[in-house]
Ligand binder design. Structure first.
Ligand SMILES: NC(=O)c1ccc[n+]([C@@H]2O[C@H](COP(=O)([O-])OP(=O)(O)OC[C@H]3O[C@@H](n4cnc5c(N)ncnc54)[C@H](O)[C@@H]3O)[C@@H](O)[C@H]2O)c1
Length: 303
């Protein structure tokens, strides 16, 4: 299949590109290299450098190429940045996605996979957050991931294009930068390797659902191959405290310092984990990596 991966030079997108190439798909990447890098990109993928906020550039891409499917990961992912500059966040994540969707449909794309986020739920009202949980994003980033979901469902339904919307928990793995979503593993990795202090905000008992990037890539592959239209969480269904994460990582990196505790940051969510029952039922996907497996693999192969 000829597959376009937007954001294929970024953290998650580049792992999806690698897996698609391993499975003998032809892979095209559309990326403006604003946070992604050429080093992340598989040499067998074809890169088209372009900006999602420029409809003419996306249009030119679709005129040259006729992908069968689109896996959309290009985005402005920095939550703080979305609060400082909501207009830019909106132009990339909302308008950019709607343009991409529109041009995909016009060009005859058969399937559209979208990277959404747990940020669409906001502060959890209950744990084991499932897809029916109220959507009350706490940031413009959360809104800008949520709004395109509706466009995707409505425009796909009207055109007959298949779609899958995947809401990721906190993704970690090689190539992640220490900013944006899910960055705590990347931050600890960087600081432990440099033997610098690791800061934990609050008492460290706050929990997150950490999912390894290769499990995310496999969910995208299965979603691409599926003929079902759906919206589902991609997560481990497990809560891990920041203290436990720190202890696991300390062991892997032979880090000798204790964590430095600072006051909790205002607005930080106390506990969060997402139920993965739905995606297991639809795609028969299950995470294959435990947190420990992922961290160990990452320590060997942090390219
Ligand atoms: N990392 C996480 O934990 C997480 C969690 C939930 C959802 N997501 C979603 O997954 C996707 C990928 O996130 P990531 O962590 O790999 O981020 P990333 O910043 O590493 O990747 C984003 C890619 O998009 C490209 N890009 C950004 N703006 C662009 C534009 N205007 N035009 C073209 N390309 C552009 C960047 O250069 C980069 O290669 C995003 O849609 C994000 O919202 C990530």
């Amino acid at each position: 299949m000829k597959v376009l991966v937007t954001g294929g030079c970024g953290f998650i997108g580049s792992h999806i590109v690698d897996l698609l190439i391993e499975k003998n798909h032809e892979v095209l990447v559309f990326d403006d290299l604003s946070s992604g890098t050429m080093e992340n990109l598989n040499a067998k993928a074809d890169l088209f450098t372009g900006d999602l906020t420029n409809r003419t550039e996306i249009d030119a891409f679709f005129r040259m190429q006729k992908p069968d499917a689109v896996i959309h990961h290009a985005a402005q992912i920095d939550v703080q940045q979305s609060m400082k500059n909501p207009a830019y966040d909106c132009s990339v994540n909302i308008q950019g996605t709607v343009d991409l969707l529109d041009l995909s449909i016009r060009s005859g794309v058969k399937r559209f996979i979208y990277a959404s986020s747990a940020a669409v739920y906001g502060n959890p009202e209950y744990l084991g957050i499932d897809e029916e949980h109220p959507k009350n994003p706490e940031s413009f980033y959360g809104y800008s991931k949520l709004v395109p979901e509706t466009y995707i469902r409505m425009m796909s339904c009207a055109s007959g294009m298949g779609y899958a919307i995947l809401r990721y928990a906190n993704v970690f793995g090689p190539r992640q930068k220490s900013r944006g979503e899910g960055g705590v593993v990347a931050v600890f990795t960087e600081r432990m390797k440099a033997k610098k202090d690791c800061i934990i905000f609050g008492d460290g008992e706050q929990t997150r659902d950490f999912i390894y990037v290769k499990d995310i890539a496999r969910a995208n592959l299965l979603a691409l191959e599926s003929d079902k239209d759906f919206t589902a969480n991609v997560s481990t269904s497990e809560a891990t405290s920041v203290n436990r994460l720190f202890t696991l990582m300390k062991d892997v990196y032979n880090y000798e310092k204790s964590a430095v505790y600072k006051p909790a940051r205002e607005g930080d969510i106390e506990h969060s984990w997402l139920s993965n029952n739905k995606i297991i039922a639809i795609l028969n996907w299950k995470p294959e990596y435990s947190l420990n497996d992922g961290i160990r693999e990452m320590s060997i192969n942090n390219d």
